[in-house]
Design a protein around this ligand. Structure first.
Ligand SMILES: Nc1ncnc2c1ncn2[C@@H]1O[C@H](COP(=O)(O)OP(=O)(O)OP(=O)(O)O)[C@@H](O)[C@H]1O
Ligand SMILES: O=P(O)(O)OC[C@H]1O[C@](O)(CO)[C@@H](O)[C@@H]1O
Ligand SMILES: [Mg+2]
Length: 958
């Protein structure tokens, strides 16, 4: 056995996997004792350890081999003496004296120079392989890919640089050379050998944008893992019909370019025959005839209900097939278990246990754009519009569109009212909005909208009420199938791609005992859920609606759905209903933008203000950042009418700049905080906003005006704010960049032998480049976290040349490469294009393409708008909830004494982490989790995405 001990520089974190409880404990001890790392967080089977330079995650996996390393052994193996520059300001360099290397047994050390040095400064990386007695039997110089050859033990003492690597598992020393460069900690994609399964994918039900990305990802992941990939054409219809025309084996090339295409290229259907047992019997027979071992179904609640039924009936189906001699004894034995998995693809977002279904955000995007357009003509004529959106049994599209466009009223099946109630309620709200000076009225009706007695509410019904009771000039717009059309938004492409990879993993992990999985997303994490439970829960919502138990239906919907609905009702009734809170609970809350503009910032301000109004608080806007405040006292009370339309606008209506309070004059900032007696502050912005919050928190000792709850809503296209995996604006930016890439890719395709190098913004963060590469199927991406090594560049040019030669003038061969502006100081984007063209020696050429500030986006994406609302309301709640805590810290004589807990709870960053939305103390984030010099969090949450993006385009890593 061998174990790899990785160390990593500050830009990322590595995962060390221990395979027994004891080695887990010892590994943790090792890092804490010898390297002085501190526990940042820990669970039973996982510890994250950091200091200012390193962040390592140690994970205990199930013991598979009884492998152990005890502490004494570690001591023996590693007499590590940290050199004096260990904690110096050379964050990427960790230098140790490693003694007694010749007695190292079962241990492999990857030795290398730090990652981000200029290639000319890099020393070679060696890979030592040791025999069971601890002798070094092989050394591989991986930089030049020198093959392993036996050699004598090396000297007992040497000074070496220990390089980062991300080994995900303990592996046999014999095949380490192949494994060492697999640097992933998310869904680990082993090399293509060993699995010989045939994995089929189908799309079913209504098509949804993103289905093609899902199919592409499943096909390529399956092939990558050494499986055969099949597609079932036309949904369940193809299963029922069977044969090679409907169940086809496909190749890597067959799905080229699919991620940019809307609809589903393998066809879909609503198949009545599959609802009957005879249809499913035929389906089982055809799957077995085609030799398919596993089926992945991408479809909505109906399709997955069908899949679940198929799975549960499988034993009886194959028994019948055997008895009627439609399959052989051998086939019966081989296909005992139906290996099935669901990836939820439907625009309706009506499947329980997942926050989003593939296609739902693309449909929402179409809806919001349409309503933004309608809004303009409604304003011109001062008209009302009734807009019908899709969603047969689910109001998600209508609800989210209601929030994203600040519609006046929505009708959804989950929250019906009696006929009289809804008429009065709607007219009341619309009339109040009109009386306050609003010229437009937008009412959104879900296709499945009903009243409390289950009678459908149609756009015509609503139209009649608006005309008859309010006398409004009213029009109806039915959006129809436009909502399902077009290419997928970035979120859906990424979701579909990651879910595809995870679905193949799940299928390969599956045993006859494993419940069939459904691949879901919770907040920002791809997770597996039992298909059967998800189907049952989804059905129970529909049953509750049919039984008119609407409270139950609502309680069975995801908590986020309920949260969105409450938020919509609160901001929609702002300023004309009686405020919720008693007078003594009402606060003065300020909001400010800091940093570059980002999509969703205005939504946050709009929602913060309207929510404050509904609660009874007084919202203030601080215009033009901290300099606006210190120089011009730019504080204005926010009023409802002035904010109309902000929800849908790009940029920053408050005005923004990058100055922190200290740069602006923190004394003046404190003075105005005192003058206006603010009870809480919400900062919306990126890294400068993060630094600003830290400055204000640390200045509480000197300025009592800052002794109030303060919270940061991250908003930056760089998505580099510590404490969160998502920042407002990053989705808008990703979509703007993706659309740009699709266009240049099309141009490259038409020119045949051409690649475009697209330069992305994002400072030192490679987030945009990485995610856009995944969404567009880019041939490569270069990011600041990795730099551009000449070896990798040569390899990429080689791969591209090979691809162009194979293309032989066919279409869909447009190539793009994403490059973060800061990926290399020496290689500018133009230079890179020149170098590639030169090196390609006429086989193809490269051109640079600079989207620049287009990446800030025009209209904010629905994701940024609705999350802006959600975060703003959570931020106000944070300020409300922490008033008492900070009051405790203020003593009578004006001294300020605050515990860590109080800091943490009263000055925090709101963020999405994994499956949760959390508040994290600014002091902790600043001191522990941030690389201030690089303006980056130490932990890069999207690291794994790079590996997947590379695998799916066949990029070879040096
Ligand atoms: N209860 C069921 N038993 C067997 N098959 C089913 C069942 N429900 C649905 N299916 C199969 O799944 C297909 C698609 O279902 P449905 O039309 O409800 O769409 P969906 O998957 O919910 O997607 P969407 O709602 O997005 O259109 C059906 O045409 C049928 O073939
Ligand atoms: O395209 P079809 O078969 O008319 O189905 C329309 C239905 O499909 C969906 O778009 C997806 O389920 C529903 O919102 C809509 O009611
Ligand atoms: Mg459905």
């Amino acid at each position: 056995m061998a174990v790899i001990i990785p160390l990593v520089n500050g830009t990322s974190y590595n995962t060390v996997t221990a395979h027994s409880a004891e080695s887990y404990k010892n590994t943790v001890n090792f890092y804490t004792k010898f390297l002085g790392l501190k526990t940042q967080s820990s669970k039973d089977n996982e510890s994250i350890l950091t200091n200012e330079d390193i962040c390592i995650k140690i994970v205990l996996e199930e013991s598979n081999d009884g492998f152990k390393l005890d502490e004494a052994r570690f001591n023996e193996l590693f007499k590590l003496t940290a050199r004096s520059d260990w904690r110096s300001k050379v964050p990427q360099s960790l230098v140790f004296n490693v003694e007694n290397i010749n007695i190292i047994k079962d241990v492999l050390i990857e030795l290398d120079a730090p990652r981000q040095f200029h290639p000319s400064e890099l020393s070679p990386m060696f890979l030592y392989t040791l025999d069971p007695l601890g002798n070094v039997v092989g050394v591989t110089e991986t930089k030049n890919a020198v093959s392993t050859k036996p050699m004598k033990p090396t000297s007992t003492t040497s000074t070496m640089k220990v390089h980062s690597s991300l080994p995900s598992k303990v592996t046999s020393s014999t095949d380490l050379a192949g494994q060492i460069k697999t640097t992933t900690n998310y869904p680990s994609l082993p090399k293509a050998k060993g699995h010989e399964k045939a994995i089929a994918v189908m799309t079913s039900g209504g098509d949804a944008p993103g289905m093609n990305s899902n199919v592409r990802s499943i096909v390529r992941s399956a092939i990558f893992k050494g499986c055969q990939a099949y597609v079932v054409m036309e949904g369940y219809e193809g299963l029922v019909r069977g044969g090679p025309e409907y169940i086809k084996q496909v190749t890597w090339e067959d799905v080229r370019g699919w991620s940019t295409e809307g609809g589903t290229n393998i066809g879909t259907a609503r198949c009545m025959a599959f609802k009957k047992r005879e249809g499913r019997l035929l389906g089982a027979q055809h799957l077995i005839e085609a030799g398919v071992d596993a089926l992945i179904v991408c479809g909505g609640d109906g399709s997955l209900t069908g899949a679940d039924l198929f799975r549960s009936e499988w034993p009886s189906l194959i028994k019948e097939l055997l008895e009627t001699k439609r399959i052989s004894e051998q086939q019966y034995t081989r296909y005992q278990h139906l290996n099935i998995c669901g990836t939820v693809g439907s625009i309706d977002n009506d499947m329980s246990t997942t926050d989003a279904t593939i296609g739902a955000y693309s449909a929402l995007d179409r809806i919001c754009k349409a309503i933004d357009y309608v809004e303009a003509t409604a304003y011109s004529h001062s008209r009302a519009f009734v807009v019908e959106v899709m969603g047969r049994n689910c109001g998600w599209l209508a609800l989210l569109a209601g929030i994203a466009t600040s519609a006046d009223y929505i009708f959804i099946p989950e929250k019906p009212a009696s006929s009289e109630e809804w008429q009065d309620h709607m007219c009341n709200i619309v009339a109040k909005h009109r009386s306050k000076g609003k010229r437009t009225t937008i009412v959104i009706v879900a296709e499945g909208a009903i009243s409390a007695d289950l009678t459908p509410i149609t756009p015509k019904d609503v139209h009649k009420v608006l005309v008859d009771k309010l006398g409004l000039d009213t029009r109806i717009t039915i959006l129809g199938h436009v909502q399902r059309g077009g290419t997928a938004v970035a979120y859906d492409r990424v979701l579909a791609t990651l879910q595809g990879v995870e679905a193949v993993n799940a299928v390969l992990d599956s045993t006859p005992e494993t419940p069939s999985p459904l691949i879901a997303i919770n907040e920002n994490k791809i997770v597996r859920k039992p298909l059967m439970d998800s189907v049952a829960l989804t059905k129970s919502v529909a049953d509750a609606i049919q039984a008119k138990d609407f409270d139950k239906a609502m309680s069975l919907r995801d908590t986020e759905f309920v949260e969105h609905l409450n938020n919509f009702m609160a901001i929609n009734s702002a300023d004309h209903n009686e405020p919720k809170l008693a007078a003594d609970k009402r606060l003065k809350i300020a909001i400010i933008n800091v940093g570059a503009p980002a999509g969703g910032v205005n939504s946050a301000v709009y929602s913060m203000a309207t929510y404050c109004m509904s609660q009874g608080h007084k919202p203030y806007g601080i215009y033009n950042g901290f300099t606006g405040l210190s120089r011009h006292e730019s504080v204005r009370s926010l009023n409802w009418k002035d904010l109309l339309g902000w929800q849908s606008r790009g940029g920053s209506e408050l005005g923004t700049n990058r100055h922190t309070p200290e740069e602006a004059d923190i004394g003046m900032v404190a003075y105005y905080f005192q003058k206006y007696q603010f009870d809480g502050l919400i900062i919306v912005g990126g890294f400068e906003a993060f630094v600003s919050l830290s400055q204000l928190e640390r200045a509480r000792d000197s300025y009592s005006a800052f002794r109030i709850p303060m919270v940061l809503i991250p908003a930056t296209l760089s998505n580099n704010v510590p404490g969160t995996e998502y920042s407002l604006g990053s989705d808008t930016a990703l979509n703007a960049l993706m659309e740009y890439c699709d266009i240049v890719k099309q141009s490259a395709s038409s020119s045949r032998g051409r690649a475009f190098i697209v330069e992305t913004q994002g400072g030192n963060s490679g987030y945009l480049a990485t995610l856009a590469a995944l969404a567009c199927g880019a041939a490569a991406s270069y990011v600041p976290e990795e730099g551009i090594s000449l070896e990798q560049l040569s390899q990429d040019i080689e791969t591209l040349s090979g691809a162009f030669e194979n293309a032989k003038g066919r279409d869909r061969f447009g190539k793009i490469i994403l490059k973060s502006k800061n990926a290399s100081k020496a290689l500018t984007t133009d230079k890179l294009a020149e170098v590639i063209t030169e090196e390609a020696s006429g086989r193809f050429d490269a051109k640079s393409a600079l989207p620049g500030h287009i990446q800030q986006g025009g209209l904010p994406s629905p994701i940024d708008r609705t999350r802006g609302t959600r975060f703003a309301i959570k931020a106000v709640n944070f300020i409300e909830n922490n008033q008492d805590l900070i009051a405790e810290a203020r003593s009578d004589d004006g001294d300020f004494d605050i515990t860590d807990k109080q800091v943490s709870a009263t000055a925090s960053v709101l963020g999405v982490k994994g499956t949760n939305v959390v508040f994290t103390s600014i002091r902790h984030l600043y001191d522990v989790e941030t690389d201030i010099a690089k303006r980056m969090p130490k932990i890069i949450h999207w690291q794994e995405t790079r590996t997947i993006a590379d695998h799916l385009v066949g990029r070879k890593r040096v």
